[in-house]
Write a new protein. Structure first.
Length: 458
């Protein structure tokens, strides 16, 4: 009879010291950082949940693979190894390595997207949106209504609204839609999965209009696991079989290996279109490196190849999804509003509901993120109007659809006691929610302002 406790499917082989800054030191750090958690020194953070991108722990097999990395400038055998793994997984013959996911996005959109185009997605994440808008195009979010409701228990809240997609194509014309993208899992919407049924429906719409479908596949393995758990007909399929079916529905994919590649750096662009891939490779040579290394060391190519194999192991995925749900359940049980059901890589706190007295113009999610750090040294990230608000010509700002704080769990990094500590910090901050105030921006960049902006308390 199986036991209820799901244990980590690994032993700890090496440890890294955690800094324990005092409350006074954290307060001084906040002031120096302009109340932007991206500006903190990592040594000023106790539990770092800013992102799960490149912050996880690699396995002994990955470290061993790095030792045989081939650092040849052209034709590296490590590139052939990665290409073999990617092609077996995606069945896409054109694989272009990049130093991370946003490089793949930039190269793809520079070659495929033109000014005035519209690129629909369930929800574009920050770098995806910025790279599309940099081309003078519109990054359009078409997630289903349930995906904009944090309290909804819909099992696939990342699904793209197919009726709205049809309406958009009819309105702007298929010639202005160079591609449709689907992000799996849907990061900006709470790490919510996309169903296979929805992917098939989106692909059918794309086929009717002659539009290619691309996946933002950073967390493809987590999405595959949710399909296995929640979608009828997939319980007996392996995560690899499900992932291969997902990729079979797409013309191409962008990928950050810093997520479900289980690596600390790297990414790739994969597709079927040989002509588009050729143009992308030409741009890659100009900005990233030769096509058989793409800005990466051979050892990194080896680590990614091994990581793509490990990430689809059932015991790993069972532990990964359960460890995230564990934190979500603790917050929910205490009455702290979160995005439900729990996502795969992160717990998302609903700052709009927890802090109704702070208007979007004063960035309630940023205020909550600051308090988690101030109270317990826990660093998360705001996914709300600081990240996605749109300044208007009259000086006002169109707020984001939701005001969330993402607590992204690095892979194979923190133990249960670390997560218990994070839960205590969340509950302590929630108890004094009415006393928390908002912020205003005093300095920001034109693109991706949340990375570098400086703020002050209102």
């Amino acid at each position: 009879m199986p036991y209820r406790t799901i244990i980590e499917p690994f032993r700890i082989h090496s440890v890294q010291e955690i800094a324990l800054p005092s409350a006074a030191e954290r307060e001084a750090a906040l002031e120096r950082a302009g109340y932007n958690l991206f500006n903190l020194h990592a040594d000023e953070v106790i539990i770092d949940l800013l992102t799960d991108s490149g912050t996880g722990s690699m396995s002994d097999a990955q470290w061993a693979a790095m030792m045989v990395g081939d650092e040849s400038y052209a034709g590296s055998r490590s590139w052939y190894r990665l290409r073999e793994v990617v092609c077996e997984l995606t069945d896409m013959p054109q694989m272009i390595p990049t130093h991370q996911g946003r490089a793949a996005e930039r190269i793809l959109f520079a070659e495929a997207v033109r000014e005035g185009d519209v690129v629909p997605n369930n929800t574009h994440f920050d770098t995806t949106r910025a790279n599309i808008e940099y081309q003078g195009a519109e990054a359009l979010d078409l997630v289903i209504a349930e995906g904009r409701d944090p309290a909804s228990e819909h099992p696939f809240k990342g699904n793209l609204d197919v009726e709205r997609l049809e309406a958009v194509i009819a309105d702007v014309g298929a010639e202005r839609v160079p591609m449709v993208m689907v992000t799996v899992t849907n990061n900006s919407g709470g790490g919510q999965p996309v169903s296979m049924e929805n992917l098939r429906e989106v692909r059918a719409v794309c086929d009717r209009h002659g539009i290619p479908l691309f996946l933002d596949a950073c967390r493809f393995a987590e999405n595959a696991w949710f399909i296995k758990l929640r979608e009828p007909g997939y319980a007996d399929k392996t995560p690899r079989e499900i992932a291969r079916e997902m990729f079979s529905l797409a013309e191409g994919a962008t990928f950050s290996a810093k997520k479900d590649g289980l690596a600390n750096i790297g990414g790739f662009l994969a597709m079927h279109d040989e002509e588009l891939a050729g143009r992308c490779r030409n741009l890659l040579i100009l900005t990233e490196g030769f096509p058989t290394y793409g800005g990466l060391a051979g050892r990194d190519l080896e680590a990614i190849a091994r990581g793509l194999e490990e990430v689809l192991e059932e015991e790993y995925l069972r532990y990964r999804i359960r460890s995230t749900a564990y934190l979500a359940e603790k917050a929910d049980a205490a009455g702290v509003p979160i995005v439900k059901p729990p996502g795969g890589h992160a717990v998302y706190l609903d700052a709009r509901t927890l802090l109704p007295h702070i208007p979007p113009s004063q960035y309630p999610a940023q205020a909550l993120a600051v308090e988690l750090y101030r109270d317990g040294g826990v660093r998360g990230v705001e996914i709300g109007s600081l990240m996605f608000g749109r300044p208007q010509p009259d000086g006002t700002e169109e707020p984001a659809a939701m005001e969330l704080v993402r607590l992204a769990i690095p892979r194979r990094t923190y133990t249960q006691s670390h997560i218990d500590y994070v839960a205590e910090v969340i509950l302590a901050v929630a108890e004094r929610a009415p006393s928390i105030g908002g912020y205003r921006i005093v300095e920001s960049a034109p693109w991706l302002r949340h990375f570098t902006a400086r703020l002050q308390p209102v």
